[in-house]
Ligand binder design. Structure first.
Ligand SMILES: Cc1ncc(COP(=O)(O)O)c(C=O)c1O
Length: 404
């Protein structure tokens, strides 16, 4: 195709013109998708190895999820929580069962689930633990990513995410990720929760040392502190299990879920916890107009049912081994490190070769979509429906990019 006949350059410019520049997307303009593949406005196909930052764990337009959405669109889309709708109970019951918890509180975005978790933990601290009014603190980790609200960026250690958005919300203590001693020192009698990602996705798929998560669990139990696991990116099959915590034999007090819960169709997030924790909320104390709406519940119930089969977790574990074996073979050949679990990988490119951004641009030219994070790191998180051949294809393209 002759370069000046392509629709992409004008479409890229068009997309930039009337939008705040809060993202730096790759210059690809996608117009349709199916499974692990997307097609751009010029008809070029790409293997999607980002999957909407894990929001598309079941691939683009999974037939079961699309059917549920279509059927619900034809019946009922929104009631608000002022009334009960007929999709609500099934979703809450089935998600609670998947999480092994009593209760679920549905919201929309991941950041809202995190905010909900913080509010619930504080209320639990005052009402159940007996922390004096206004004194609660929550311990978080360096390198965290929990979203973009003013409270959440208050405890970010990423200067881009945080700078110039103050004044910041007090009540958070930051400790190095993976350091149990530092955590134990930070927890005091006013600590109501430890909030952690079991694997830090945005930081570059950073897996904590073995024993860390069980250690956090034990510390929280001993000190009467809630362990809040932000599984918004790591959960729902991504790491080869329903929850990343599960792979360390750990059950947190509260799961924060989002992304894949909406099946790549609607934003759906949720907090899951037992009644002694989530039960502290009373009418009027928290909510969302769209949280738990009929369309969201109809799609997310099918997501939970897909996960209840275990098929996607198994695929992620098995195919993840293939992905990681392929990537590890590239260490010393352009990669300096590979981290991750299941179909989730953070790759550090040799910075002498190229930046993460450059690598992603070159991958894109070869028909593979991935996204850089923090300089020389690339994150791979393909749909869990990806095939072995497609994984091999992605690894081959990466090898070719690294070979120059
Ligand atoms: C671990 C984690 N928590 C929270 C969020 C925020 O989710 P959202 O962008 O839906 O607000 C993200 C998003 O990347 C995440 O990775």
């Amino acid at each position: 195709m002759i370069e000046d006949m392509l629709r992409t350059p004008a479409a890229v410019q068009d997309a930039e013109r009337h939008t705040a520049h809060n993202y730096h997307p790759l210059p690809v303009v996608i117009s349709s998708a199916e499974g692990a593949w997307v097609t751009d406005v010029d008809g070029r196909r790409y293997l999607d190895c980002l999957a909407g930052y894990s929001a598309l764990n079941f691939g683009h337009r999974h037939p079961t999820l699309i059917a549920a959405a279509h059927a619900q669109l034809d019946r009922l889309t929104l009631t608000s929580r002022a009334f009960i709708h007929d999709q609500f109970a099934d979703f809450c019951r089935e998600l609670a069962a998947l999480c092994g918890k009593d209760l679920v509180l549905p919201m929309n975005t991941g950041a809202e689930a995190v905010e909900t978790g913080i509010k619930v933990a504080r209320k639990w601290g005052y009402q159940v633990k007996g922390v004096p009014a206004g004194q609660a603190n929550i311990v978080v980790a360096e390198g965290n990513f929990h979203g973009r609200t003013t409270t959440i960026v208050s405890f970010s250690t990423d200067a881009d995410a945080r700078a110039d958005f103050g004044p910041y919300t007090p009540g958070f203590k930051i400790v190095p990720y993976g350091d149990l001693t530092a955590l134990a020192e930070a927890v005091d009698e006013h600590t109501v929760a430890v909030l952690l990602e079991p694997i830090q996705g945005e930081q570059g798929v950073v897996v904590p040392p073995t024993g860390y998560l069980p250690g956090v669990r034990q510390l929280c139990t001993e000190r009467n502190v809630l362990f809040i696991a932000d599984e918004i990116q790591s959960g729902l099959g991504r790491t080869g299990a329903t929850f990343a915590c599960e792979q360390e034999g750990v059950v947190p007090d509260m799961y924060l879920l989002g992304k894949a819960l909406g099946g790549g169709i609607v934003p759906v997030s949720a907090v899951a916890a037992d009644a002694d924790v989530l039960g502290v909320l009373r009418p009027g104390q928290h909510g969302s107009t769209f949280g738990g709406n009929p369309l969201a519940c109809a799609v997310a119930t099918e997501v939970v049912r897909l996960l209840a089969t275990g098929e996607f977790q198994r695929r992620s574990a098995e195919l993840g081994e293939r992905l990681h074996a392929g990537l590890h073979a590239l260490i010393g050949k352009g990669l300096v490190a590979v981290r991750g679990r299941g179909l989730w990988a953070g790759l550090d490119i040799d910075p002498a070769l190229m930046s993460g951004r450059e690598a992603c641009e070159r991958l894109m030219e070869r028909g593979v979509l991935a996204k850089d994070t923090h300089g020389s790191t690339i994150r791979l998180a393909p749909p869990l429906t990806i095939t072995a051949e497609e994984i091999d294809h992605a690894v081959e393209q990466l090898a070719a990019v690294l070979a120059g």
